[in-house]
Design a binder for this molecule. Structure first.
Ligand SMILES: [Zn+2]
Length: 470
């Protein structure tokens, strides 16, 4: 009798899983688990991971598929429904705008609350704060005042106040794009990094300049960050290392490893492409960009039309303003960054009305399909580590929410990506970026299916804001 009751209780309990992901190859980079398991989800939480069968109201047959933590993108400029749809189809369950960041912070989160397909968040941005204080007319990136002159001391203090206000409103650290504000002095930047150290939050930085040309090389630019980290004790994350370093990517990775070895908290990220993207009317193109980047007009591709530029079209479009793709990153550099276990995968993506760089739609599937399966540049487990637990760890000292993400374990958020390791691949191209990745049939955000049988689920908005602090 007692046995029968216990059995009944077990059966009833087993039936309470809302969703069971059955018989998949569960891969969890934090614990190293790589085995066939059944995952039981209750509400928004992973409630069971079991070798024996589980019963649920909905069962997903994951035989032959990998069940991984949902991917976490630390660098996602596209923060609207159009972009969240591409992200979800690429396996991303949390997309964060940390490089440029936002200012003010509270309304930005409020606009997305209850309306977002995937989890979202942003840093308190130096760029938007400085643009506001200096009355820059640019949209998104500085265009005139903030791009082309130094800030007065008063303007610097007002900018710092706005950054602090954003942190008071629980933004995820500080965003910094020095290359877009080239007249920001070294002391101005150091003072921003001091704020991060005081508040114990990381800085996410697009460093001062790219390339090998001295003075103003990428080496010098990374050394500025290493020095500021050593001076202040701040944690510093350097964004898109390959598009800054190009042929010197190996040297930059070695420099950062050395800084870490000597006690500094420095990390970096890259996307799996041989081209970058930015605004043609930004300060990136003010100086000797051809020498710095080792490219010329034909290596620039105008996003709106897909055409390669000439000296004439360059001059015209720079005046008009808009996005441009820079074919500047050697394949060797992209591959080296993908293979390095310490380099986080991040997209830097933004799709606008179907146009943009393919990284906005294809980054994660491209790493899994192209670099892991086809090129064998890294193992599947290492790739997942760079997409899940490593970005979670980068944020979790300031954001307790991130301690429950990037993991398949009992008690973690049910942000889960289920993909076919034999089929997963990016479809977005430079000519046609608006194409969903393939081979990712199921994606869950906070226990809700957002991709089912390879299609987006309409009408669900389970994404929540990710904040710093409790
Ligand atoms: Zn950038």
């Amino acid at each position: 009798m007692r046995f029968a009751l216990a059995l009944l209780a077990t059966t009833l309990c087993a039936q309470t899983y809302d969703i069971v992901i059955a018989n998949g190859r569960v891969m969890d980079p934090e614990s190293g688990l790589d085995a066939i398991r059944n995952v039981g989800i209750r509400g928004r939480t992973i409630a069971a991971i079991s070798a024996s069968p589980l019963q649920g109201r909905t069962t997903i047959d994951a035989r032959g598929l990998v069940v991984a933590p949902g991917f976490i993108d630390l660098h996602s400029h596209g923060q609207d429904d159009e972009n969240y749809r591409y992200k979800a189809r690429d396996g991303v369950t949390t997309a964060l705008e940390l490089e440029v960041g936002v200012s003010p912070v509270t309304p930005w989160y409020a606009e997305r609350k209850g309306k977002s397909l995937i989890n979202f968040g942003a840093s308190s941005g130096h760029i938007p704060a400085r643009m506001k204080v200096m009355h820059d007319q640019g949209t998104f990136l500085p265009h005139d005042e903030a791009a082309h002159r130094a800030a007065t001391l008063t303007e610097q203090h007002e900018t710092e106040d706005l950054i602090r206000k954003g942190l008071d409103e629980k933004a995820l650290g500080i965003g910094l794009g020095i290359a877009y504000v080239p007249f920001a002095t070294h002391p101005e930047i150091l003072n921003v990094i001091r704020i991060a150290a005081d508040r114990k939050v990381p800085v996410f930085v697009h460093i001062r300049s790219p390339g090998a040309l001295e003075p103003g090389s990428v080496t010098e630019s990374l050394q500025e960050m290493i020095a500021d980290a050593a001076i202040t004790g701040a944690s510093i994350h350097v964004v898109h290392i390959t598009s800054m370093a190009n042929g010197q990517t190996g040297l930059m990775l070695e420099m950062m490893a050395g800084a870490r070895k000597h006690g500094l908290d420095m990390t970096t990220e890259a996307y799996p492409y041989t081209a970058g993207e930015t605004r043609l009317d930004s300060a990136i193109f003010d100086g000797n960009w051809q020498q710095q980047l080792g490219i010329t007009f034909k290596d620039l591709q105008w996003v709106a039309t897909g055409e390669r530029l000439t000296a004439e079209t360059y001059a015209k479009y720079r005046k008009d303003g808009g996005f441009v793709i820079l074919h500047s990153i050697p394949e060797e550099a992209a591959r080296e960054a993908m293979a390095d276990p310490d380099v986080i995968v991040a997209s830097d993506g933004m799709i606008f009305n179907g146009t943009g760089h393919p990284r906005g739609a294809g980054t994660y599937a491209r790493v899994l399909g192209h670099y892991v399966r086809d090129e064998k540049a890294l193992t599947l487990m290492n790739a997942l580590r760079k997409m899940t637990i490593e970005p979670a760890r980068r944020l979790e000292a300031m954001s307790p929410q991130m301690r429950l993400k990037g993991r398949i374990k009992v008690g973690a958020d049910a942000d889960v990506t289920v993909f076919d390791p034999a089929r997963v691949i990016d479809k977005a191209t430079f000519e046609k970026p608006n194409q969903y990745s393939e081979g990712i049939p199921f994606v869950l955000v906070n226990g809700v299916l957002v991709v089912r049988d390879g299609k987006l689920v309409e009408g669900v908005k389970p994404g929540v804001g990710v904040w710093s602090g409790p």
